[in-house]
Design a protein around this ligand. Sequence first.
Ligand SMILES: [Zn+2]
Length: 500
Amino acid sequence: MSPIDEIKERIDIVELISQQVELRRTGRSYMGFCPFHPNSRTPAFVVYPDTQSFYCFGCHAAGTVFDYVMRQQGLDFPEALRVLAERAGIELRPPTEDEEQQDQQRTRLLEINSLTARYFNYIALQHPRGQPGRDYLAQRGLNSDTIEAFQLGYSLNETAHLLTYLTTKKGYDPADLLAAGVIGQHETRGAYDRFRGRVMFPIRNAKGQVVGFGGRALGDAQPKYLNTPQTMLFDKSHTLYGLDRARDAIRQQDACIIVEGYVDVLTAHQHGFRNVVAPLGTALTSGHVALIRKLSHNVYLALDADAAGQRATLRGLAALQRSTDADTAPQTVVAEGGLVHWSNDLNLRIIQMPAGSDPDDLIRTNPEQWQALLEHALPVMDFYIQYHTAGLNLREAQDRRTALERLLPLLADLDSMQQRVYVAGLEDVLGMRAELLLDLIQEHRRTQRKASQRPARRAHPPRLLGINGPQVHGQTARRSPKPRRSHRCVRPPPAYCRRR
Ligand SMILES: [Zn+2]
């Protein structure tokens, strides 16, 4: 990536300008008083996060972050480049020819995505055959402000409607359309529109640029959700739906809520819960966590009440472990058997959804209850205690023993302060005195330590959580050559963690 690209990647125009100009959000853009011409009555200065540009309707000043800095500080381009490179922490060297070409392609792909989002949105709003899309959006209770703010759309059920529009009307090269992922290429039948007969959700990066799409099938078409494939711009493990709109609220409220689907995000925002984002049909990854941690360390997971949802929660937690790779601070780690490493800087809470409802339903029908659930979200350790004691009859000695076996590894991994807090709470649950529990924890630690001193018999580290073991294991093993602490605690996954 060229330094110019890198600067564009790292410096957000809204953030940069709002340090000097008071900006207010209006729809998809921000407005304020122009710093380049005297004015104090009508804000005429607009900043567009989508295109990372600004424009003044008064004096017609316009451009990118570079233009802004050049004008604002009276610099020429190389000087502005130096200023911004320093701000972004980038060392300058002349771009290679390759990098310049990449930069140009990147710009073209952004244009294609932006144009495609407008095209899908137009079809959903105005095209006579966009009715199925309009019906779906109405049926989900999404209003016109939400449809505009998120630029929701619809793709016609035709082989090459978008393809024709972008090539013959707009003059784009099919190769670029393929690289942007908006069309596919069939071996014999040639190029075709990737998204057909689907409700379209443009996916934006944190800066508000469209980098890909999610398409939801109507009726029984498969797959139900189709995403843009991995492209130069789109990597779903580093993208969160709604983050561009949620960013300010996450910062202001110092909390980020993670839900599962596009419509959950849309409904939340429509009802004023603006710090809500969703991963794109995947478990949380370290890339997602890295995005959130820049904004807040308070993370809430709102996932389904059913067993599959709980397993997804655990999968999400397992993913948080991998965010340690980027940072040295200890994080929540979930390993086989529910072993938890405590996080010192990420406060993770679990929002427990009532059986049979998801955030979308609940926010629409009962926003007060949603608010109450947020307030009563469980710290992750409490969630684990509930999870590991569910279905056990703790008046029975055998069940108490089972609970203890499941909980000891979790407790052993907490620091002594946290241990005391949880042990005090567990006295009643397990019918066991705190001193005895603390002794057992110590005992467990000693056993673990001894086990770790013995030469390892396994060629591979154990799987993390039976539910998605091989995948997690593969990634962990690749990224961290030395075995993690959690790998010491090896037991077969309990039955409730296994895939059914
Ligand atoms: Zn102006």
